[in-house]
Write a protein that binds this ligand. Structure first.
Ligand SMILES: NC(=O)c1ccc[n+]([C@@H]2O[C@H](COP(=O)([O-])OP(=O)(O)OC[C@H]3O[C@@H](n4cnc5c(N)ncnc54)[C@H](O)[C@@H]3O)[C@@H](O)[C@H]2O)c1
Length: 356
């Protein structure tokens, strides 16, 4: 076993193991009384290495779709676990990306008033960002991530080999979150990432270095504000717009790519409102645009996007709570914005700008 990262949480410490031997020796995942929740694509692609897990009587294979990450579709999974006689001293083991994580973490928070769970993140987004931080988020019908809990896993096992089978869009989705975390860390960290941007896609060692860097940056915030009542809010940078874009595009845009478009949109509007020097919008735009690429042309109906934005759980009853980079140092901060005609036209202009 190689490197470890220890994260403090309200439940005590948990460990992220960077462990590239996991696929050749997955036996440690069978310890205790496990119930596996496995991403269907991972089950198909890793059928042979995960044979013992997939043929375990308590294995449940789930298609990773936003529809399945809803309260309604979680119920049949809970029913299967109950049929499989899950008990309080058993452990749920999630093997997949952010969707399987959210489903497992949510069920682990509520079933039998709480079960322990472990996580094997198989997407870049989950390895570099979502695996730490304790959050579960579940959709209610079309409203994204409106239900949720804070429930850290017992252990996380990161095997970088899983990235080899990811589609380019899912690598870019993870890179979107890595960009976000580095932008939060400051201009110097963002510029460092920019200088290595192209190598993220063709040098796995560079990608792994930025994965670890992203987790270390996030660790500083989640350990201070695990329950997202203060400083951690800035991790929603790109997310209010991003979730609204995902919802308006019926999830045709992967999460981290929608977040990248969302950051670009936040920067554009902040610059239009003279809250941010326009140079910073351009500095980030060139990298963000490169990362979201052809998704800039995905039809995103403005009314549907604005209506989803209005439902964001962070809003007050009259104001949008958005995260903008502010001032010469582009510090990421929360701001309140009136959803008026000016705001609407700035959103519309942004879509014209990126489509042009
Ligand atoms: N709980 C949190 O803290 C948190 C944070 C960020 C995002 N999220 C949520 O995570 C979700 C996005 O997660 P994601 O980007 O990991 O995507 P995902 O779980 O939707 O997976 C993306 C695609 O990759 C496939 N896949 C997974 N592993 C693979 C592998 N190794 N090889 C090939 N294909 C593989 C999946 O089957 C799916 O088709 C969103 O629902 C988002 O809201 C949660």
């Amino acid at each position: 076993m190689s490197e470890q990262l220890i994260i403090q949480s309200h439940r005590g410490a948990y460990t992220v193991h960077f462990d590239d031997t996991l696929l050749s020796d997955p036996a440690r995942l069978l310890e205790g009384e496990p119930h596996f929740l496995v991403d269907a694509n991972v089950a198909r692609l890793y059928a042979s290495s995960l044979h013992a897990i997939l043929h375990h009587p308590n294995a449940i294979v789930i298609e990773a779709t936003e529809e399945n990450k809803s309260i309604e579709r979680t119920i049949p999974v809970i029913e299967r676990l109950v049929q499989n006689k899950v008990r309080r001293d058993h452990t749920l083991v999630a093997i997949g990306g952010g969707i399987i994580q959210d489903i497992t973490c949510f069920i682990a928070s509520t079933l039998l008033r709480g079960l322990s769970w472990r996580f094997v993140p198989t997407t870049l987004l989950a390895q570099a960002d979502s695996c730490i931080g304790s959050k579960s988020s579940i959709n209610l019908g079309a409203t994204k991530n409106i239900l949720g809990t804070f429930n850290p896993p017992q252990n996380i096992f990161i095997h970088s080999g899983f990235l080899e089978t990811l589609e380019d869009r899912d690598i870019r989705s993870g890179v979107g979150e890595i960009i976000k975390v580095h932008a939060i860390d400051g201009i110097a960290a963002f510029d460092r990432l920019t200088s290595d941007f192209d190598r993220l896609f063709d040098d796995r060692a560079v990608l792994l270095r930025y994965t670890r860097a992203a987790l270390l940056i996030k660790q500083r915030y989640i350990e201070q504000d695990e329950f997202d009542r203060g400083i951690r809010n800035i991790f929603n940078y790109g997310h209010s717009f991003g979730h609204a874009i995902e919802s308006a595009a019926h999830y045709a845009v992967p999460h981290g790519i929608a977040v990248a478009i969302g950051m670009d949109m936040a920067n554009y509007i902040a610059a239009k409102r003279s809250l941010l020097p326009v140079e910073h919008y351009h500095r980030m735009h060139s990298i963000l645009r490169k990362n979201y690429g052809k998704y800039a042309r995905t039809p995103i109906p403005l009314d549907a996007m604005l209506s989803a934005l209005m439902k964001d759980k962070k809003n007050t009853s009259t104001m949008l709570r958005l995260i903008f980079p502010m001032g010469d140092r582009a510090e990421i901060q929360q701001v309140q914005v009136l959803p008026d005609e000016i705001f609407r036209s700035q959103c519309a202009e942004f879509f014209v700008e990126i489509n042009g």
